[in-house]
Design a protein around this ligand. Structure first.
Ligand code: C5P
Length: 257
């Protein structure tokens, strides 16, 4: 009996060490936008998709993801309390470290969010709350790629043929679709490296629309992980309909059950 207990203790000790080997990783969920393209009064991050707010769906994927140790949510100043309450209500506050106010741009909100993560996190995974169909599996894949290469992003092949046009909308060329991907989130990076390149961009007043561009600007290769086009960004009312249809196809019922 004693030997069995000692063996069980040894196994769980080894497991603990093995699990600790994974670098501590934070999720940063960006929800400080105004969501004006959605129309209506309520910002899109709070609109329900099959009964669960867009933001909570994103947070839930990170909360359930074994690669994520802590979560920072970036929202608008006036929504901080509401977000904290929602996280409690939907049972996704176990990993929640902080809910903070964002900046005027997505770039600024991401920087503030990463700075609010614990200093002992070696990696961060930044995610647009509006991509509420993200899954824990996608987060794991992107984060693992970042562990290998320091910088990685979710992305998916685009279905349309894309044209380069001039100022008057006249087609100049057709771009080879085989070379194009739509950048999505999460985008995961070595935390210290991110802070350095983001601070450098701020100093140089370089503006970017995603975090990959910060790394591209300093010549760092960003690796892509195909997350599939279901990980789209909910932007217009039509997107809400598409999101609900996709979730129903996954077998989800009302209220995310
Ligand atoms: O505006 P867009 O849809 O590109 O924003 C992408 C994500 O960044 C959204 O989840 C939005 O809430 C967030 N965002 C932010 N701070 C801003 C602007 C956007 O956190 N100032």
């Amino acid at each position: 009996m004693k030997r069995k207990r000692r063996l069980a203790g040894l196994v769980s000790g080894v497991l603990r060490v093995a699990l600790r080997r994974r670098p501590r990783t934070a999720g940063v969920i960006l929800a400080a936008g105004s969501g004006t393209r959605m129309g209506g009064e309520i910002p899109k991050q709070f609109l329900p998709v099959l009964g669960v707010p867009v933001l909570i769906r994103s947070v839930r994927a990170f909360d359930r993801c074994p690669s994520i140790d802590e979560i920072v949510i970036v929202t608008r100043e006036g929504d901080i309390q509401n977000v904290e309450d929602l996280c409690k209500e939907y049972g996704v506050s176990a990993k929640l470290k902080r809910v903070i106010a964002g900046g005027e741009t997505r770039q600024k909100s991401a920087f503030l969010g990463v700075e609010a993560t614990s200093k002992n996190c070696r990696f961060v995974a930044i995610h647009d709350a509006a991509r509420c169909l993200v899954t824990p599996k996608i987060v794991v894949s992107v984060v693992k790629e970042a562990y290998r290469h320091r910088a990685a992003t979710a992305a998916y092949p685009i279905a349309d043929t894309v044209k380069r046009v001039d100022r008057r909308g006249r087609i100049k060329e057709t771009i080879d679709r085989g070379e194009l991907l739509a950048a999505a989130t999460p985008q995961a990076f070595d935390r210290d490296y991110y802070v350095a390149v983001a601070a450098y961009a701020e100093k140089k007043e370089t503006s970017v629309t995603d975090d990959n561009a910060l790394f591209e600007a300093v010549g760092q290769t960003v690796y892509t992980v195909n997350c599939g086009s279901d990980n789209f960004k909910v932007t217009t009312p039509d997107d809400l309909v598409r999101a609900e249809a996709t979730l129903r196809a996954r077998g989800e019922k009302e209220n995310g059950l």
